[in-house]
Write a protein that binds this ligand. Structure first.
Ligand code: SF4
Length: 226
């Protein structure tokens, strides 16, 4: 598998924010979101080839039960089921961070952390915008994911105007348990995160959603490897 990076940190986002976790970042994502904070992992070859055993050996240098498989977009990687199975055999807790654009059945996964992309993530380049538009929201895939895995739905919020699109997306997916939905500010720096947080907190109160931290931004200002 082409692995972009493996590091030990705290889970920064979602219901497990603050939990010490090892991150395994797989290479490759077709979406090219405008504000993506891991552009360095977009290309399928953005990393180095690891065997599954090598990944496990690297992970095991840290005494940590929680593993976050992220990207890029890990759900498009055909070797993901093998890696997840091996981690589960070691009794690890597995979170998969995904944009919800691909479905894999019967994955060993304790938390499917789904971040459906809103129109605020559309790239400026018209060619990339067209690819992004066709791929960013697949309602059938999102339904399969929430029906078959324990999940959280994290929406990245840029402005107040996003609230109606969030409500509409949840309605279109259907069957979403409201207390599994979280909103988090779109912010690549600590300063922007703090500036946007009060607005997002009010939106959470209006919509009955949870506020998601971004500890990697708050604590380390989004440095790579955090
Ligand atoms: S889906 Fe995630 S990894 Fe892919 S471009 Fe968008 S923000 Fe970046």
């Amino acid at each position: 598998m082409i692995i972009n990076e493996i590091f030990y940190s705290l889970q920064g986002e979602g219901f497990l924010a603050g939990v010490p976790s090892v991150f395994v970042r797989l290479a490759g994502c077709p979406l090219r979101c405008k504000w993506c904070d891991t552009k360095y992992a977009w290309a399928e070859e953005a990393g180095r080839d690891y065997s599954i055993d090598e990944i496990i050996k690297t992970i095991q240098q840290w005494p940590c039960k929680f593993i976050v498989i992220t990207g890029g977009e890990p759900m498009i990687n055909s070797d993901l089921p093998k890696l997840a199975k091996k981690l589960k055999a070691l009794d690890k807790h597995i979170t998969i961070e995904t944009a919800g654009i691909a479905y894999i059945p019967d994955l060993a996964c304790d938390l499917m952390s789904i971040s459906p992309k809103l129109s605020n993530s559309t790239p400026d380049d018209p060619k990339l915008a067209a690819i992004h538009k066709n791929a960013r929201l697949d309602l059938a895939v999102l339904r399969e994911l929430i029906d078959n895995y324990k999940y959280q739905l994290k929406f990245v919020v840029d402005s107040q105007n996003d609230l109606s699109e969030i409500h509409q997306t949840i309605k279109e997916i259907g069957n979403v348990v409201p207390n599994r939905v979280m909103l988090m500010p779109q912010a690549a720096t600590r300063e922007k995160f703090l500036a946007k947080s009060p607005m997002v907190a009010e939106m959470c109160k209006q919509g009955g959603f949870a506020f998601s931290q971004r500890l990697q931004v708050l604590l380390w200002n989004n440095q790579r490897g955090t």
